[in-house]
Ligand binder design. Structure first.
Ligand code: ADP
Ligand code: MG
Length: 248
């Protein structure tokens, strides 16, 4: 499903990704761990098409299609979704309006009919209830004045409603209390599906205890330095990234 080969990318004239290879088959959840500055966020931005990140070599395909040739909104329409470490506050735009606009833009791009207002509200009510989000909160400006846990819940709500095919979570768990962590991991687990791939960037074994990834990758100095099963995350927790950081 997601296939990254020999990916090189520059940020601000400096090479950050230095020949990264990674394959995430449909139906699988892969964790990416690694020291600060390894290039984990850079990878998520390159895959979603954020400006300022220049790919200098290599490829990234989703179901065989060249992801890097597409504009960010086209990637979103193909089902690429990035959950930010720090969700943005958008004053003046109610959360419901934001999600409805995103959902319908994606449907239009795919040639599907837009959701009518009643259809959309029903979908929003069902998903909010499942995530224990007070529906009135969705009428407020997106994330403005929301607590950390509420913001993360909003991210999960967006994922649940947009039904992405490739889900990237960039340290969605950092700074979360136990309850919010549970919401994030339950939300991720509920989205596990045979036709969806997920990349979970995290520092924390406690998130992986809940999510149980199929594969774990260690990223160091712009490359995947090691890959393994869930036991690799336990080893990292015991021994740290030193070994990989030094080898890189
Ligand atoms: P991680 O998410 O693994 O902690 P990042 O992808 O955020 O790593 O950063 C990788 C490296 O890229 C860091 O050394 C960081 O300083 C550098 N970097 C990030 N953004 C810029 C930028 N705009 N200009 C120059 N260097 C940058
Ligand atoms: Mg980062």
């Amino acid at each position: 499903m997601l296939r990254i080969q020999n990916l090189h990318a520059d940020v601000g004239g400096k090479e950050i990704l230095k020949g990264l290879d990674l394959v995430v088959p449909a139906g699988e959840v892969h964790a990416v761990m690694g020291p600060n500055g390894a290039g984990k966020s850079t990878l998520s931005y390159v895959l979603t098409g954020r400006g300022g990140y220049e790919v200098t070599a290599g490829s990234a395909t989703l179901d065989g299609e060249d992801l890097l040739a597409l504009a960010p909104d086209q990637r979103a329409a193909r089902g690429v979704f990035l959950s930010f470490q720090y969700p943005l506050e958008i004053p003046g735009v109610p959360a419901l309006t934001f999600i409805r606009t995103a959902l319908n833009a994606q449907r239009r791009a795919r040639g599907e009919p837009e959701a009518t207002a009643p259809e959309f509200l029903k979908l929003a009510r069902e998903n909010a209830a499942a995530l224990k989000i007070d529906f009135d909160m969705l009428k407020r400006a997106l994330n403005v004045g929301f607590s950390g846990g509420e913001k993360k819940r909003m991210e999960i709500l967006q994922m649940a409603m947009l039904k992405p095919r490739l889900l990237i979570l960039d340290e969605t768990d950092s700074g979360l209390d136990i309850d919010a962590l549970k919401i994030v991991s339950e939300g991720v687990n509920a989205l596990r599906s045979p036709d969806r791939a997920m990349l979970v960037i995290t520092h924390y074994q406690r998130l992986l205890d809940h999510i149980r990834p199929d594969r774990v990758h260690v990223m160091a100095d712009g490359r995947i330095a090691a890959s393994g099963g869930p036991e690799l995350a336990l080893e990292l927790e015991r021994e740290g990234y030193d070994k990989y950081a030094r080898a890189a």
